[in-house]
Design a protein around this ligand. Structure first.
Ligand code: ADP
Length: 461
């Protein structure tokens, strides 16, 4: 129909503005590698913070005993225990629980929040039994995954820089979060201590490495995005007194802050300008789950306004920021029926609009353009990391089997995105090297990864 026809130029311009042909991908990969180097050189020297994790020893599979993990990163916290049986028995048993954090505690005091968490942990520890076995007289050890910005000072200490994701707890900023948790556990008379403070990407790498010695990189693509990798300590100029016995350490790139050479559209710029952190986390805003649906929504609003895509009026519900979510655009892309019935019902439910099949086809093309750019740029970022590692180690990365462990809801649930990511990696590396680079899903490895890092850093040796 004529209404959808006039949306075509907007679609064509969008596809052109966010295209990711090979030269663009190559530029992004090279810039990622260069920014990594700059960030390793000096703090503040790059978009990429390249944070030292103090994880120098990775799980080997020989770990034995009972270990706990706590994951605090949003509105829930998760607790987990694992009984490790060494090389032969591996994971003997695991158990976990999820606890919802009462809303008022997100705005309370530090003591209140940590007391609540410690009491949840104490409650969970009380139910220990069956295959779980703590030797007489031992203190339980915990790996603590804390997904807020911290300045880590050792494997078991880190200062909170600021709360994010809606938390506004008083009295924690500037304090060591490990001390906060250890003190709260003491107040609960819980015999447990934190052995490792870990970022969630680092936990994912450790969890995947337990099963596969070739894991060198971990990437999270969920609401946000981040990546970490195994680096040689002699390749980190800003590390002045390297005391890693393995000669290697995990570096948390904080790659969401990357910004060089990205093909951005007017819709990205407007979303960024209206965000709570304008000018920051540009890579994250282009590739991660929190934003893909929102970018599509902004394009559809333009098409409704300038080309009457949904008829005479601009749908009111669609005008609300973040009303179209990434799972919605993902679901629309799975629709291969002739009249795009699923797209029609999602548009109706989410935006309250009635659409004809040619409008629905355009909506799918918009979703595809945004998912394609996201997946391909994520792939280019991964190649950037691998390239940096390869340049420093001459052949050991591209010449051997090297595994990139992936996790996060976006990667897990969005098949087209995953395919675009893999395609970009293959295009950039070529058919020969691509055979050695394995990109694989490591589901929920980060919880068990934190427990494994508590084991590798156990005070009992
Ligand atoms: P988080 O990153 O919030 O810790 P997850 O790794 O589970 O948690 O990722 C959740 C994110 O994954 C959601 O915010 C959403 O963007 C994305 N996601 C979840 N389900 C889907 C889906 N079906 N299709 C596409 N993206 C999804």
């Amino acid at each position: 129909s004529s209404t959808t026809l006039s949306a075509v130029p907007i679609l064509t311009k969008l596809q052109r503005d966010c295209a990711t042909p090979l030269p663009v991908l190559r530029h992004v990969a090279d810039a990622m590698a260069a920014d990594m180097r700059a960030g390793l050189e000096a703090d503040g020297g790059s978009d990429l913070k390249m944070i030292l994790s103090y994880v120098d020893a990775l799980p080997t599979g020989n770990e034995k005993g009972l270990f706990y993990a706590l994951d605090l990163g949003g509105t829930n916290f998760r607790v987990l225990r694992v009984q490790l049986g060494g090389k032969d028995e591996r994971v003997v048993a695991t158990e976990f629980e999820q606890v919802c954090i009462p809303h008022e505690l997100m705005f309370g005091t530090s003591e209140e929040l940590f007391d609540f968490i410690a009491s949840g942990l104490a409650n969970f520890a009380q139910k220990e039994g069956g295959k779980f076995n703590l030797p007489q007289g031992r203190t339980r050890e915990l790996g603590f995954t804390f997904s807020f910005p911290v300045k880590q000072t050792s494997i078991d200490s880190g200062i909170l820089i600021k709360w994010t994701k809606g938390f506004a707890v008083s009295g924690t900023a500037g304090k060591d979060v490990v001390v906060c948790l250890n003190e709260a556990m003491k107040r609960q008379e819980l015999n447990m201590r934190v052995s490792a403070l870990v970022n969630d990407t680092v936990g994912t790498l450790a969890g995947a490495r337990y099963w596969d010695d070739d894991v060198m990189v971990a990437v999270i693509l969920g609401t946000g995005t981040n990546a970490c990798y195994v680096e040689r300590v002699d390749a980190i100029p800003k590390l002045h007194s390297p005391n890693s016995t393995s000669g290697r350490t995990i570096v948390n790139t904080e790659w969401g802050a990357f910004s060089s050479g990205l093909p951005l559209t007017e819709f990205d710029r407007e979303m960024d300008a209206e965000s709570i952190n304008p000018g920051e986390q540009i890579f994250e805003k282009t590739i991660s789950g929190m934003y893909l649906g929102e970018i599509v929504r902004r394009v559809l609003i333009r098409m409704a306004e300038d080309a009457r895509l949904f008829g005479d009026s601009v749908p009111e519900k669609l005008q609300m920021s973040f009303s179209l979510r990434t799972p919605d655009i993902c679901a629309m892309q799975q629709d291969c029926s002739r009249d795009f019935e699923i797209v029609g019902s999602i548009l109706y439910n989410v935006a309250g609009v009635n659409s004809n099949s040619s409008a629905r086809k355009i909506v799918i093309d918009v979703c595809d353009a945004i998912a394609k750019r996201g997946g391909r740029l994520a792939g280019a970022g991964i190649v950037g990391i691998l390239q940096k590692m390869e340049e420093d180690s001459k052949g050991t990365v591209f010449g051997n089997r090297t595994v990139v462990a992936m996790d996060g809801g976006l990667y897990e649930h969005y098949p087209q995105y995953r395919r675009y990511l893999q395609d970009a990696v293959t295009e950039l590396l070529g058919p020969e090297i691509s055979k050695n680079i394995v990109i694989e899903h490591s589901k929920d490895g980060s919880g068990i990864g934190a427990a494994l890092l508590a084991a590798t850093n156990s005070m009992y040796g």
